[in-house]
Design a protein around this ligand. Sequence first.
Ligand code: HEM
Length: 542
Amino acid sequence: MGNRVSNWFKERINMEDLPFFRTPDYMYHVGDWLGALVAAAFFYTVISGLIILLYYDPAAGYQSTETIINKVPYGSVVLYSHLYGAYAMIILAFVHMFRNYFVGAYKKPREIVWILGVLMLALTLGASFLGYSLIGDVLAVSAVDVGAGILGSLGLSSLVPILFGNYSAGDYTRVLAMHIILVALIGLLFLIHFFLADLQYGMMPSRKVKDKAPAVYPKSEWQKFNPWWPRNFIYMMSLIFLTWGFILIIPNALVYFTFPQIANPFLNPKPAPPPNSPAAATVTTYPPWFFLFVYKIADFPGSVLVDMTIALFIPLIYLLVVPFIDRSPYLHPLKRRVFTWIGILMMIYLIQSSLWGDLAPGVPVSMSEILEVYLPPAIITGLGIFLIPWEKVSKGLSKGMSNPPTMLAFTFVTLAFASSMIYFLTTLSLASLATVISLGSIFVILAKLLTPYVMRAQQDENAVSVEEASKVLEKKKRIAQIIMIILFIVAIPIVVTMWTIPPTGYYSNLFGVDLGVLFLILGEEFSLYHYVVYKKPVEKEE
Ligand code: HEM
């Protein structure tokens, strides 16, 4: 049956000849498909946004948000998951970017793909900020007030009416227009980004195949890989449904909890009271979590221009030009240590500043506090990256795990990391957090370096012939088939009962949780089907 459907499409649309990138067996690994996860979150957010658009009235932002939540059937399910679709897209876009940064995917010939990605991330943050403002609650108004204030201090107050219109009177028409324009721009850039990444160069080969830029498979080699249809399609469907499942389940479950103030920016999907209401006076306002870092850096001494240069302009410009300043052809992060160091610091500073913004919003910061928070990560990761003789460690590893310098380095870093955790848990200060994160990053690099050797040692120990590997795989496939049947059975009562959930009111969000679980099951079914049909006993990185 499956084959007949597949052949039907193959014949009609010439699926096998689609010019998409052909994929080697070893690349069906989520790390190579992070962009697809971002795209899945993007599509979910666009679809749910279009549904919300049918009911949202920008001239009465807050009231229509309330109507969608309380009166429109499943309105709150769609609205909260729209918000979390955007959150997922931001988080996944950062993960996708840092992953590509550390594997050197910004190098020749992918410079344009990278630059488009940076622009898309900036647009995603902008579109999310505008979307957050559309709620029209006291948080939204205060966030836009601060944004407008920053623009004013930069001498750009003429942009305020263009970007935000008459938001202070509850009219969000302009904000909605800008929100949609930015999303359309993301969609447009995505087409070019995807066209270049997938059709022109193909995904980055493993470093074992190409350790230097330009890292591409010659087109002649592509021919031996798997065509896009049907394998990539099936794998992609599993990723899409799994992403959509989480986007639906998380906010619709979180609705039933109340959180302490510090967790609110990250976990609370519900709107706050309307501005100028008595209830609004009792609310401690906070910006959307993805701009907490900017709001905290705005508390630094110095002018707003200096603060924004530190928070936004320098990182943005750095990311745009990094393909042109990192001239080393090597892809391995430890063969371009300065850039690796900068990348790690960017990640640490982003997390630290966001947490700081959450813990002490709007509290002015002194120079000594800045040094206390930002200097330890720079020193610790710098020492770790530049002083540890990584080449010797690698060579030591290839000789065996018991090599004394390697074991000493790993033991030392592990102990230091564990002590920093105790230090953090006993002091709960930003300085101790800085220490634990930076030692943690060195620990992760070392552990990542060690893992393949540990795995290889294990594989050598239980070295098996191809026939034996095939037998083991066959057994696993049979288990996978049984799980597929169980999941199908579990899905039946969920489908049957979810329609009994009332479409509005307190319990309506359980529908979102149920739908999310169904998406997870569907995603898992696709993933298991992919495993059963395509998994080979030995998949070499060729
Ligand atoms: C914001 C929305 C984004 C979407 C929807 C998106 C989507 C994609 C997709 C579908 C691919 C194909 C390979 C894969 O699935 O990973 C890809 C590749 C790529 N993306 Fe993105 N991306 C986004 C943001 C970014 C950002 C922020 C960067 C970096 C600054 C970036 C840099 C790249 C690079 C360098 C590749 C090629 C990687 C390779 O060949 O292995 N993208 N992206």
